[in-house]
Design a protein around this ligand. Sequence first.
Ligand code: SF4
Length: 316
Amino acid sequence: MTKQSLTLYLAAPRGFCAGVDRAIKIVEMALEKWGAPVYVRHEIVHNKFVVDGLRDKGAVFVEELLECPDDRPVIFSAHGVPKAVPAAAAKREMIYVDATCPLVSKVHIEAQRHSDNGLQMIMIGHEGHPETIGTMGQLPDGEVLLVETVEDVATVEVRDPERLAFVTQTTLSVDDTIDIVKALQERFPGIVGPHKEDICYATTNRQEAVKAIAPKCDAIMVVGAPNSSNSKRLVEVGARAGCDYAQLVQRATDIDWRALNGIKSIGITAGASAPEVLINEVIDAFKDRYDTTVEIVETAVENVEFKVPRVLREPA
Ligand code: SF4
């Protein structure tokens, strides 16, 4: 049977970012340095394949510090943690390594600085996401107000409208966030904030790349996990940028082939925590079924790298 032809537009950049790469390296280096088990508070990055791979090497994933014994090292995930978590680890004299992405730590520092200057903080983020919990947890309970939508901005109750600052989650939709920031600035003209928002380079670049391929594609596959914020945003951005069918898949077995019946073009991208091996698996699945021509659509070149914490660079 002859295969139907298909143009596969591969978005670049896609997949792993520098913060994810560093966080995974931290767990691997901790296992080398201290041996198994090494405890990790929360999924180190939101990807089951990555987490399962590290579990096989001896990492133990838990949700709370209380689940870790005092005498084994613990690593905090790339999403960041409330200040109370390292404080509790220090009190128990545990060895701990913070794998919080440096771009998330930068937001933590911003929030603290504004608060020290007497400003009340507003965070634009998703309720319940570990990054939002971590950033809000840099300040005492109730000090950071959360807004998720433009509608929330209209109802948020602040202490003093003249003494406000905002920060954002790093993995939001760039376009939605512009609208929320605009609404904040209209309601509170004196509000202080970053130049644009705190969305990181990796989130921005992946959203730009998916926007570039979306109008050419009959369908888009975003490789990523259902709990990965930046992957879910890529699905939304792809759909809004002109592709009628955008689907989040963890790996090739998730592809709904029936829904793709009759397509002539497919776009592929991946969230910042999706490994290249899973992206290649999805590409190969299309190559198996179609006579595929791959076109790489590159909208940015990334060369960001973050160092691992010093404790892991020193000999045991
Ligand atoms: S998505 Fe951005 S903030 Fe999150 S780990 Fe990657 S670089 Fe850091």
